[in-house]
Design a protein around this ligand. Structure first.
Ligand code: HEC
Ligand code: HEC
Length: 154
C-alpha cells in the first residue's frame, strides 16, 4: 500500500512538474465541507491571516450571503485558515499573494488582489462572462486542478 502510494506520488510529480509551485490545498475536512458548499474551498494561502480573521467574524454578511455557523465551528475554521494564510503557513504562494498589499490592508476578495489582477489581466471581459465561468471567483471553471492547488495548468 505504502509502496503504491509512493509510486503514485512519483508519477504525479512527473505529470505535473509544477507541483513544486502547488498552493497548499485545504485538507481539514470540516473547513473543506463548510467553505466548499457554495464555491470551492479557497486555499488559505491566498489571503493574509487578518483577512480570514475578519471574514470569519462577519459570516452572516458574507458577500451578500449568510454563511454563519455554530461559534465553536467558526473558531476551528478560523484557526485553520489563519494558520495556512499568506503571511503564516502559505509558503511561496503566500508570499506571492501578498505582493502589493499594504500591511494595514484587509482584502476580503482574492480576485481583487494586485497579484490576481496581474496574472489575469489578459483575460477579456467576455471570458469572465461566459456561462461556464460567470464569476472571477469560479477558479475551477478555468483551473481544473484548483481544488488540489494547481493553477499553472493552462
Ligand atoms: C452560503 C454560501 C457560502 C458559504 C457557506 C461560504 N461562502 Fe464564501 N462566498 C459566497 C458568495 C456568494 C461569494 C461571492 C462569490 C462571487 O463573487 O462570485 C463568496 C465569496 C468568497 C470569497 C471571495 C472570493 C473572491 O472573489 O476572491 C472568499 C475568500 C470566501 N467566499 C471564503 C469563504 C470561506 C472561508 C467560507 C467558509 C467559512 C465560505 N466562503 C463559505 C458564499 C458562501
Ligand atoms: C476565466 C478563467 C479563469 C478564472 C475564472 C480564474 N483564472 Fe487564474 N488564470 C487563468 C489563466 C488563463 C491564467 C494564466 C495566465 C498566465 O499563464 O500568464 C491564470 C493564472 C493564475 C495563476 C498564476 C499561475 C502561475 O503560477 O503562473 C494563479 C495563482 C491563478 N490563476 C489563480 C486563480 C484563482 C485563485 C482563481 C479563483 C479565485 C482563478 N485563478 C480564476 C484563468 C482563470
Amino acid at each position: 500500500m505504502l509502496r503504491r502510494l509512493a509510486l503514485a506520488a512519483a508519477f504525479s510529480l512527473a505529470a505535473f512538474p509544477a507541483l513544486a509551485d502547488r498552493v497548499r490545498p485545504v485538507t481539514d475536512p470540516e473547513t473543506q465541507a463548510a467553505c466548499g458548499e457554495c464555491h470551492m474551498a479557497f486555499q488559505p494561502a491566498f489571503l493574509p491571516a487578518r483577512s480570514w480573521d475578519r471574514m470569519m467574524g462577519q459570516l452572516s454578511d458574507h458577500f451578500g450571503d449568510n454563511a454563519a455557523m455554530a461559534p465553536d465551528k467558526t473558531e476551528r475554521i478560523r484557526k485553520v485558515l489563519m494558520e495556512g494564510a499568506a503571511d503564516t503557513g502559505g509558503g511561496k504562494a503566500g508570499s506571492k499573494a501578498l505582493r502589493g498589499i499594504g500591511s494595514k490592508d484587509v482584502p476580503l476578495r482574492i480576485t481583487e488582489l494586485p497579484r490576481f489582477q496581474k496574472k489575469h489581466d489578459r483575460i477579456a471581459e467576455r471570458e469572465w462572462k461566459r456561462p461556464e465561468v460567470m464569476s472571477k471567483a469560479n477558479c475551477p471553471a478555468c483551473h481544473k486542478g484548483a481544488e488540489a492547488g494547481l493553477y499553472d495548468d493552462d
